[in-house]
Design a protein around this ligand. Sequence first.
Ligand code: SAM
Length: 275
Amino acid sequence: MNGKIYLIATPIGNLEDITLRALRILKEVDLIAAEDTRNTLKLLNHFEISKPLISYHRHNEEIKVDNLIEKVKQGQSIAVVSDAGTPGISDPGEVIVKEAIKNNIEVIPIPGACAAINALIASGLDTTEFVFFGFLPLNKKLRKEKLEEIKNENKTLIIYEAPHKLNNTLQDLKQIVENRKIVLARELTKIHEEFIRGNIDDIISKSDSLKGEMIILIEGTIKKESENPLNELTLDEHYEFYKKQGLDKKDIIKNIAKDKGVNKNEIYMHFINKK
Ligand code: SAM
């Protein structure tokens, strides 16, 4: 009979944030697949758990997955843990889950800390709808596309960032976020936990010497459809409004999307066959 795969959330700083269930399952499984075995060993030692560990990180995920699935098929149960927080969230996990599903293996999430969610709930920004961006791409073209998405996104945005890249990313964001509220959530669950709130200039002025783990949260674009009188118009009237101002099709579509707080592709699709 197949074993099971458990995705176990571990603390993001404060060791008290491990759950009783997580501890029990770590004791029960046959094997722990860990992003960094040395790191997880410290956690296991702290809770006096002794288990075989196998390395399972971003760079060997594809290679290790077949071997792990084989072990589960032979009846072993495996816990997947990352260095901190919830596996699969900007951390290894997704590959083994997909493979497990293909092989009819049961996947069981064991809830616990996730930096993004905890940053969001204490941010003071809208929590009803949000978009998680993880780490922004480093590739110039992909990064530009993401920044464009951020510019037009009307839901709260959550971005992970490494401390040494924080300033660079804040400078990129400065070009697009205008006066939207920004929150920097730092060192969550640790001694120096801090939430810095303000507009982008406030955050940049305070972020220079900051160390530790960071999350950037951004208020969604504030323009709500109902607050903009142009949104009372039909799409065709809206189009004509900007056309009379001498804008070309591309800029008209961009402006309408911005007014409505939607992705420009949605507007583009409407006009694709029309003008
Ligand atoms: N899987 C993890 C989770 O569930 O949140 C995220 C892992 S990702 C590789 C690491 C990033 O998460 C960091 O660069 C930082 O943006 C964020 N992060 C992790 N722990 C944090 C903490 N204690 N305080 C603030 N941000 C944290």
